[in-house]
Design a binder for this molecule. Structure first.
Ligand SMILES: *[C@@H]1O[C@H](CO)[C@@H](O)[C@H](O)[C@H]1NC(C)=O
Ligand SMILES: *[C@@H]1O[C@H](CO)[C@@H](O)[C@H](O)[C@H]1NC(C)=O
Ligand SMILES: *[C@@H]1O[C@H](CO)[C@@H](O)[C@H](O)[C@H]1NC(C)=O
Ligand SMILES: *[C@@H]1O[C@H](CO)[C@@H](O)[C@H](O)[C@H]1NC(C)=O
Ligand SMILES: *[C@@H]1O[C@H](CO)[C@@H](O)[C@H](O)[C@H]1NC(C)=O
Ligand SMILES: *[C@@H]1O[C@H](CO)[C@@H](O)[C@H](O)[C@H]1NC(C)=O
Ligand SMILES: *[C@@H]1O[C@H](CO)[C@@H](O)[C@H](O)[C@H]1NC(C)=O
Ligand SMILES: *[C@@H]1O[C@H](CO)[C@@H](O)[C@H](O)[C@H]1NC(C)=O
Ligand SMILES: *[C@@H]1O[C@H](CO)[C@@H](O)[C@H](O)[C@H]1NC(C)=O
Ligand SMILES: *[C@@H]1O[C@H](CO)[C@@H](O)[C@H](O)[C@H]1NC(C)=O
Length: 276
């Protein structure tokens, strides 16, 4: 190799490097708006990203259908509606697709100092789309809530299970009594003496683990809530290639939003190779 050839090759390589630097800079000035719109957001102490999206802060295409949440500005809690009932999201575990939720109606049940009135709520039901499931290894139990038990006519032994007053139930007023559904004798007593006046609502909690401290009883169990897992297209590949996941509901398709454009599953990681 003589000197001119070496010089020639040097020039070619220098040009390629210069060209790739310049073209990368010009590419960087354009960033796809879908990518920008789907930046993770914070609600309370939690990072909200695909498959969830925050209504009003994210575009719906940043999340999966049924995963829209509201960020309660007063308390800073993320709220997920399940079958039209608001649930507080305590924590989202993205890595194993699960989250802990509790019915918002029980977020501030009686702590023995103050008597909270518990608002009416609905039976626990999951959306028919099967996007969320109970996690069976967490041993869920059903609790029956008897709304509107008249304090003066309810047997004393039932009043031990009182968790607060019954709000927005002017017909009967009175107390809310919470019983494990499998506590048959007490349930039957409650059905007789206060089932008539108000609604009976069926909700789910996790079985209290004995010997784990706590000991807050049913009220604590209602506040703690339960674990759900979810099913949605996986985000790992898209995320690991620098993209942000989303879903196009008009074509019912998962999307990977990259800085350059929308991709089907992952971004093209720029491979820096010099051909000479
Ligand atoms: C957020 O705060 C709650 C209550 O302090 C705690 O239980 C939960 O683990 C926290 N979540 C995260 C993601 O730090
Ligand atoms: C949840 O339901 C409430 C009350 O119906 C509504 O205001 C809110 O927009 C809903 N949130 C989502 C994310 O659908
Ligand atoms: C996911 O991980 C969390 C924390 O490690 C754990 O508490 C939870 O039970 C796990 N969820 C499932 C569905 O296994
Ligand atoms: C009960 O709630 C009241 C009002 O929120 C609060 O002042 C009090 O400290 C609480 N008591 C306990 C034991 O948590
Ligand atoms: C209950 O009664 C009070 C006063 O009588 C009234 O202001 C309130 O709107 C009533 N609530 C319901 C749910 O009917
Ligand atoms: C509760 O029971 C007492 C005694 O049976 C009765 O006098 C009172 O009217 C009842 N209250 C309501 C709101 O039904
Ligand atoms: C809720 O569940 C209770 C007890 O299982 C049942 O008696 C009641 O009819 C249910 N209510 C609705 C609205 O489905
Ligand atoms: C969620 O849990 C249900 C019940 O155990 C299970 O069949 C399903 O595969 C789980 N889904 C995911 C995404 O882990
Ligand atoms: C996505 O990747 C980032 C780092 O690149 C990581 O911190 C984050 O946990 C990942 N998210 C998911 C959903 O895998
Ligand atoms: C959804 O798909 C339609 C049809 O391909 C396309 O026009 C639109 O830009 C897509 N939107 C998103 C947010 O991916």
């Amino acid at each position: 190799m003589n000197q001119t050839t070496t010089f020639f090759y040097c020039c070619v390589i220098l040009n390629i490097i210069l060209y790739s630097v310049l073209s990368r800079t010009s590419l960087c000035s354009y960033v796809d708006p879908h990518f920008l719109a789907c930046e993770p957001q914070t609600c309370g102490n939690q990072s909200i990203r695909y498959p969830f999206y925050i209504q009003g802060k994210h575009q719906p295409f940043c999340g999966y259908p049924g995963f829209g949440i509201s960020c309660d500005t007063k308390n800073g809690f993320p709220i997920l509606n399940l079958s039209n009932t608001p649930y507080i999201i305590h924590q989202i575990f993205y890595y194993n697709q699960s989250l802990r939720v509790s019915n918002a109606a029980f977020s501030s049940t009686n702590n023995k100092t103050t008597d909270y009135c518990i608002s009416a709520t609905q039976n626990f039901t999951l959306p028919p789309t099967k996007t969320f499931s109970l996690v069976p290894q967490n041993h869920n139990k059903e609790i029956l809530l008897f709304y509107g038990c008249n304090q003066s006519s309810t047997p004393r032994e039932l009043m031990d299970y009182r968790i607060g007053c019954s709000e927005g139930n002017n017909k009967t007023g009175g107390s809310v009594i919470a019983l494990y559904k499998d506590d048959l004798n007490t349930v039957s007593l409650a059905s007789k003496s206060c089932g008539m006046g108000g609604e009976v609502v069926d909700v789910v909690v996790e079985e209290e683990k004995s010997g784990e401290g706590g000991g807050g009883g049913i009220e604590e169990a209602l506040r703690r809530g339960f674990m759900l897992n979810w099913t949605a297209s996986d985000c790992k590949l898209c995320n690991s290639t620098g993209g942000r996941c989303g879903f196009n509901s008009s074509i019912l398709t998962f999307q990977c939003y990259c800085t350059d454009r929308i991709h089907a599953s992952k971004c093209n990681i720029p491979v820096i190779t010099i051909y000479a």
